[in-house]
Ligand binder design. Structure first.
Ligand code: IVH
Length: 667
């Protein structure tokens, strides 16, 4: 091997390790240590090395996560064991019948342990790791043979390319669910509507569509996520229970949904199902039920399966979230960008425990495509945080009296002309000072993902605008105690809270402020890209359209709107006023704890009150590093119960051994 090659190999290994680490900081901990630009430099260096020395391009390299070559067609792969489906239970009685069947089959058992897990509404996949390295990922297909979607699965950042264990099994097929989180889904649909494309009906369809893209770069642009929930096949590691499987998967660094419960009786299971039925909408991903599994793998084996359904598991399905109702009228809402958004005013109807009165209709083209008319009977759907939507009209119920909608040619609030440019899916109010736009901009500015100013609801904002106290976001920072306390519903405590919240919002980083400005097409991701590239609003506002478009991840359309925004004097004035109010209009250094800076840790055994994953996060968010095996470079071994051979090794090397509690007191 030549000198060059050896050096390249060592450098590539180092780069991969660093990139994986920064991916983990960014995607799992949400706490990046380096700027996006620095990350890109590392990434590009690795890409170039792999291009120059193709033999170095290992299949688990982080470069494979974004842009492997598009495939012609997916090849077929046979699963190591069939991917079964599940029988359903729709009520408590059916859950009891499930247990009765088990008892009849098993005869003598007196108590049965179960594990109940959330049933994630996504797409089932099987991942094969050889010697701890991800080699293949496949869809369920017909249960026996699925499609090879390895390259697309590699784009999911939380899915490890390598299992985090020094002694991985020779072969393991891990199963789990790929899904699209609801906020990402809503954002994606907004973008699709704005671009004139038809929106996805639900996050599951969007996830399935993303996974079956022939070009992995398209998959990479959709922020998919993953939860592991079972092992289809394993060589070289005996396992006893489902509970143990979930624990092992978590220890290997796979994301495991932490809301599962181990129960010692069916009563516990029923209670769990009831609770989650009521709480299902509190999550930021969709669930459609609970999967109940017999915990003991030997019992599972004894129970076996009937045709495609195992007898040892059942899906408790939540009641549907669609309903039929009358669409009374179509209304128009003016968005912060001036978009005239159509929505349905419905005869109130209960869906999944909530009464719905309005539902989104996306855009003019969507109404035409689905042929939705005023007076129609329609199917409405609600799921999680997904804004209720009109799925479509029920044609059979048409009487002939339904009225086709005529999209307004003027803004319904300020009456200015509404303009629909070629290529846009909807019309926009042409008046920048439109009061409706103003109010929506303020709502966006204070929202959670933006400046996160708590205690300022839409009604209060409307009052503030109507009374002329607030015209633009900078006025919020001029509100004093006296003014606030005179507003309806503000007592001493709520006034104090609002003032504190305004003060706290001054700490929001530059990227959040940029997002809060509400520039069209500038979502949180684009705002972060712009902030880390330009670092300062002055530079950004002086940048040419080409300079903005040259930022990786920003296309010409976004560049044009950002550039256009900073050309308008009123926007520059607003930015100045925000600066005077004390907001961050420059990128500051990243913040994190540093008590464990420069220290290397290894974790072993079961830590009381803390999973290994949590311990790892704790160490890393305080500046420390976690590695998997003990060496002379290890500073501390954090040892819990049943520590295993790492403890001996640490003792023989003289590495300091500490408990989980001691770890916490170090910070
Ligand atoms: S276990 C034999 N666990 O639900 C066991 N499935 O109809 C089969 N699903 O195809 C799967 N969350 O896509 C299991 N925690 C979970 C799940 C889960 C979602 C899906 C999976 C499967 C379908 C069953």
């Amino acid at each position: 091997m030549s000198q060059d090659h050896q050096q390249a190999e060592a450098r590539a290994a180092k780069l991969r390790e660093r990139i994986e680490y920064h991916n983990y900081r960014y995607y799992v901990l949400d706490d990046p240590l380096i700027s996006d630009a620095e990350y890109d430099r590392l990434f590009r260096e690795l890409q170039e090395l792999e291009k120059a020395f193709p033999e170095l391009a290992s299949p688990d390299s982080p470069t494979r996560r974004v842009g492997a070559e598009p495939q012609e067609k997916f090849s077929k792969v046979r699963h190591h064991a069939p991917m079964l489906s599940l029988a359903n239970a729709f009520d408590e009685a059916e859950l009891r019948a499930f247990e009765k069947r088990i008892r009849n089959l098993l005869g003598t058992v007196d108590s049965i342990d179960y594990v109940s897990e959330l049933k994630i509404d996504g797409v089932a996949v099987a991942l094969t790791y050889h010697g701890g390295v991800l080699r293949r990922g496949a869809t369920r297909g017909n249960g026996l043979v699925g499609e090879d979607i390895t390259e697309n699965l590699r784009t999911i950042h939380r899915l490890p390319g390598r299992l985090e264990t020094p002694s991985p099994p020779a072969l393991v097929e891990i199963r789990g669910e790929v899904f699209l989180p609801i906020p990402a889904f809503n954002r994606m649909n907004e973008e699709r509507s704005a671009a004139g494309e038809s929106p996805f009906a639900n996050p599951r369809n969007a996830a399935a569509g993303a996974l079956r893209q022939l070009d992995p770069a398209v998959t990479a642009s959709r922020p998919l996520d993953f939860f592991a929930y079972s092992i289809g096949h394993i060589e070289g590691l005996p396992l006893q229970s489902q509970h143990q499987i979930l624990k092992v998967l978590g220890d290997w660094g796979l994301p495991v949904n932490s809301d599962y419960r181990h129960q010692h009786s069916l009563e516990g299971v029923i209670e769990y199902c009831r609770q989650w039925e009521a709480k299902r909408n509190s999550l930021d991903y969709e669930i459609d039920g609970v999967v109940v599994k017999v915990n003991d793998l030997e019992l599972q084996q004894a129970l076996g399966s009937v045709s495609r359904d195992p007898r040892w598991a059942i899906a408790y399905k939540f009641p549907g979230q669609t309903a039929t109702t009358r669409l009374l009228k179509i209304g128009i809402n003016v968005g912060r960008t001036g978009s005239l958004n159509p929505y349905a005013i419905l005869e109130p109807v209960r869906v999944g425990g909530v009464t719905i009165r309005n539902a989104t209709l996306h855009n003019e083209d969507d109404i035409r495509r689905k042929d939705i008319r005023e007076g129609d009977w329609v199917i409405v759907k609600r799921a999680g945080d997904v804004i209720p939507q009109v799925v479509g009209p029920i044609m059979e119920k048409r009487s002939g009296k339904e009225v086709e909608f005529s999209y307004p040619r003027n803004c319904p609030v300020c009456r200015s002309e509404a303009v629909r440019e070629p290529g846009d899916a909807m019309a926009y109010c042409s008046n920048n000072a439109c009061p409706a736009r103003r109010l929506e901009s303020l709502n966006h500015f204070v929202s959670r993902g933006a400046m996160d100013i708590r205690g300022l609801g839409p009604q209060t904002l409307q009052k503030l605008v109507e009374e002329g106290l607030v015209r633009d976001p900078s006025d919020l920072y001029r509100l004093d105690r006296e003014t606030i306390s005179q507003l309806e519903g503000y007592k001493e405590k709520s006034t104090q809270n609002l003032l504190a919240s305004l003060e706290n919002s001054l700490q929001q980083p530059f990227s959040r402020v940029l997002f809060a400005l509400g520039i069209r097409h500038v979502g949180d991701t684009v705002a972060e890209l712009l902030a880390s590239e330009f670092r300062d609003v002055e530079r950004l506002s002086r940048a040419s359209q080409e300079e903005i478009a040259s930022v990786k991840g920003i296309g010409p359309e976004i560049a044009a709107t950002v550039h256009g925004y900073f050309q308008r004097p009123e926007n520059l004035e607003l930015v100045n006023r925000l600066k005077e109010a004390g907001l961050n209009l420059q990128q500051g250094p990243s913040q994190r704890g540093s008590a464990l800076e420069g220290k290397t840790f290894v974790i072993t055994g079961t830590l009381p009150g803390m999973s290994r994953q949590q311990a790892r996060q704790f160490i890393e968010s305080n500046g420390g590093k976690v590695t998997s095996s003990v060496s002379s470079r290890t500073d501390y071994l954090v040892a819990g119960e049943s520590p295993g051979s790492k403890l001996q090794k640490a003792e023989s090397l003289g590495v300091r051994v500490i408990t989980g509690e001691e770890l916490q007191t170090m910070v």
